[in-house]
Design a protein around this ligand. Structure first.
Ligand SMILES: Cc1ncc(COP(=O)(O)O)c(C=O)c1O
Length: 494
């Protein structure tokens, strides 16, 4: 068969091969991948993903992969949704850009209203950013300025959990609890304090057999840290609903309720970092709704647009807004003269939050986020997660019969599988074994087998799964089958 140019298949393949080699050579010469040991590609090709459709993505050779990580905990509605792309294109044609510095634009207003309606309690104010790190950075800066504004200028410290990841900009990095990714950038911004995480599989002996006792202990460690540091110096506690880094640690029962009480007792803000856990990942719009606690601030990013355009932000309670004035009036009475010119009592502060970024709340991203939320509603994606999460768990738990699988944990569509050397003693791998197992074998083998997931050893070695919210049993089975064969092979290589 000939192409329209009269060349045969063979020369078509040759042209394709040459194009792939050129792309690789150009990537090797010019592109710098994030958190990637670039030398590991010195001899080999970088994976190049060129398109996506539904739960799958395709590389530049046409090979298909099940996207078991939603890219990077991002693609909630899956790939190839033209309605999101078109919403972005329409917005770019109408108003591609205008800043949120002194001006508003309709999509940011509409999205802020919609998010306020979805968020728990009085989180009625949205400060947009472009990313999760910026959202975390903004929340810490707001906490600091808020306390200065209300006459408690000594409060600047931030508590967060061991191994937790909260982003990479210098403020967010000081909140991140992973020593390995901080050390090259020390000295850190002052004020980051670590507390234990909620890894029940590795709980201390005295609480290892009782989840509730473990949760009480882990929460009380937050109170002990506040007292040790001096409550008058502590601004906020940053916690994810389910801690990602370390391999998906859900909260023990009662944990967040106790943390809320502790924060209230000491006047400390509770920030729920939901950069991963919001927008359906746990079957709710916000992870804090799943576990029934009320944060003072929620940080979000990733799934708000399902990655069709970058966006992040923080949602802030009315109370935190007071020093900054709010114009917070009951807009149902907007026409009524009694509202004109009268801010409600206690809401008349005049401070300016001295913070902003050029592309925050970008009109295209806000339009895409609105279209994304439309898909959530039309297709009842929260219902899909809630309806299938037990089956997802049960399918992954089948892997527990493998000698290398120590623990399967998570909630919703967010799971970690901890790998161990000895199941009975829970012995983990040495650094050298972990390097060989994860980087040397598992990561490339899972990719070659057609599954995108994360093999991570920033804590103990884990495989993480966080698939699009549209996944059903057939996708769970595909993940289980690929993991079973690759983990079996990994064990035989040890
Ligand atoms: C909980 C949490 N916070 C913050 C961040 C940083 O987000 P970004 O990479 O968009 O800056 C991440 C990223 O994975 C995250 O998981």
């Amino acid at each position: 068969m000939s192409t329209p140019h009269g060349t045969g298949d063979l020369s078509g393949e040759a042209t394709q091969g040459a194009a792939q080699r050129h792309l690789q050579a150009t990537a090797h010469r010019h592109l710098w991948l994030h958190f990637t040991r670039m030398s590991s590609y010195a001899e080999g090709d970088m994976p190049v993903i060129v398109r996506g459709s539904g739960q799958y993505v395709y590389d530049n050779r046409g090979k298909r992969y099940l996207d078991g990580l939603s890219g990077l905990f991002v693609s909630q509605v899956g790939h190839g949704r033209t309605e999101l792309a078109e919403a972005g294109a329409r917005q770019a044609a109408e108003l591609a850009y205008f800043p949120l510095w002194s001006y508003a634009h309709p999509r940011a207003i509409e999205l802020a209203e919609r998010l306020a309606a979805l968020a728990p309690g009085q989180l009625n104010r949205v400060f947009f950013t472009t990313s999760g790190s910026e959202a975390v950075e903004s929340a810490w800066k707001l906490a600091k300025q808020y306390f200065k504004a209300i006459g408690q200028p000594g409060r600047y410290k931030v508590l967060s959990r061991e191994i937790a990841y909260h982003g990479t900009s210098m403020g967010a990095l000081a909140i991140t609890g992973l020593p390995g990714i901080k050390e090259p950038f020390e000295p850190m911004t002052p004020g980051g304090v670590r507390v234990p995480n909620t890894n029940f599989y590795r709980a201390p002996d005295f609480v290892a057999s009782d989840q509730e006792a473990f949760g009480r202990w882990a929460a009380d460690e937050i109170e002990r840290a506040i007292e040790r540091e001096g409550p008058e110096s502590v601004a906020a506690v940053f916690l994810e609903p389910v801690q990602n880094s370390g391999g998906c640690f859900p909260p023990p029962p009662g944990y967040f309720q106790r943390v809320r009480e502790i924060c209230d007792r000491h006047g400390v803000l509770l920030v729920s970092d939901e950069v991963i856990c919001a927008f359906g990942r746990l079957g709710y719009y916000f992870g804090s709704q799943r576990y029934g606690y009320q944060p003072d601030i929620i940080t979000f990013a990733k799934g708000v647009t399902s990655g069709y355009s970058p966006l992040g932000g923080m949602m802030v309670s009315d109370a935190l807004m007071e020093p900054f004035g709010s114009g917070h009036e009951d807009i149902s009475g907007f026409e009524s003269p009694r509202h004109v010119g009268h801010a409600p009592p206690g809401r008349s502060g005049t401070a300016t939050f001295l913070h902003g970024v050029t592309f925050a709340g970008h009109p295209v991203s806000c339009a895409v986020a609105l279209a994304n939320l439309d898909v959530f509603e039309k297709e009842d994606l929260l219902g899909n997660v809630r309806g299938h999460e037990a089956a997802f768990r049960a399918t992954l738990e089948k892997l527990s019969d493998l000698p290398i699988v120590g623990d399967v944990r998570g909630d919703g569509y967010f799971y970690g599988i901890e790998l161990v050397k000895d199941k009975a003693t829970r012995q983990t791998f040495s650094d050298e074994e972990s390097e060989r197992l994860l980087r040397g074998f598992l990561s490339p083998a899972l990719y070659d087998a057609g599954l995108i997931c994360r093999a991570d050893d920033r804590g103990d070695p884990v495989i993480q799964l966080s698939p699009p919210l549209t996944c059903t049993q057939e996708h769970f089975d595909e993940m289980e089958q690929i993991l079973r064969s690759v983990l079996t092979e990994a064990w035989s290589q040890l």
